[in-house]
Write a protein that binds this ligand. Structure first.
Ligand code: TMP
Length: 210
């Protein structure tokens, strides 16, 4: 039996982690086997990589190095967690995946979509999301939310235009991949957002083998 792979995307402060948690709990309530993970990270090796990418002291990290580190974390996660769980018929929820690299490195860092796709081919090994939930919140609102927390990391310290390009990248990806992307206005209250997500996920599950 083949499971389903659902990814969550959005800029900082869009509420992804909260929504991954809520969908995970809902699926458990329904006795649907689910695994929740995140990028970069999600595996022991991936969490080491996350320490490098998030460390505020790593100011000399180049855009290309950053792109490879994200892909390296992904390669490990695909092989250690995502593919085995899908093969067991589970629903896999991932807080960020390939679209984060396309938006942040491809657009935010100006490396381009093509280069990021090419660089990730080996990492992905043909594992691709069935559904991508894009929590749509403009950078200004996202940042106001994020600044209310104490979790400021290296990627939170970039210039505003970087986030504007990243956000533009996401909206472009959503348009280019209309079938796979489910765009939710994340400025609504948490319960409204999770209600919309649950409706969409139910459709996916009805259409699949689960
Ligand atoms: P988060 O866990 O708070 O979402 O932080 C992850 C950060 O890493 C966020 O700033 C986006 C960034 N990131 C990339 O730049 N490229 C990627 O491929 C991934 C997965 C994350």
């Amino acid at each position: 039996m083949q499971g389903k792979f659902i990814t969550f995307e959005g800029i900082e402060g869009s509420g992804k982690s909260t929504q991954v948690g809520r969908l995970g709990s809902k699926l458990k309530e329904e006795n649907i086997p689910v695994v929740a993970t995140r990028e970069p990270g999600g595996t022991r090796i991936g969490e080491f990589i996350r320490e490098i990418t998030h460390n505020r002291g790593n100011v000399e990290l180049t855009a290309v190095t950053e792109a490879y580190l994200m892909a390296a974390s992904r390669a490990q996660l695909v092989r250690e967690i995502i593919r085995p769980s899908l093969e067991e018929g589970k629903i896999v929820l991932c807080d960020r995946f390939i679209d984060s690299s396309l938006a942040y490195q491809g657009y935010g860092r100006n490396l381009g979509e093509e280069a990021i796709i090419e660089l990730n081919k080996l990492a992905l090994d043909a594992v691709f999301p069935d559904l991508t939930i894009f929590l749509d919140v403009p950078p200004k609102i996202g940042f106001a939310r994020r600044n209310g927390t104490d979790k400021i990391d290296r990627l939170d310290l970039q210039q505003e235009d970087f986030y504007e390009r990243t956000y533009e990248g996401y909206t472009r990806l959503a348009k280019e991949n209309e079938k796979r992307f489910f765009v939710v206005d994340a400025s609504f209250p948490i319960e409204i957002v999770s209600g919309k997500i649950w409706q969409r996920v139910q459709q996916l599950l009805k259409g699949g083998d689960l």
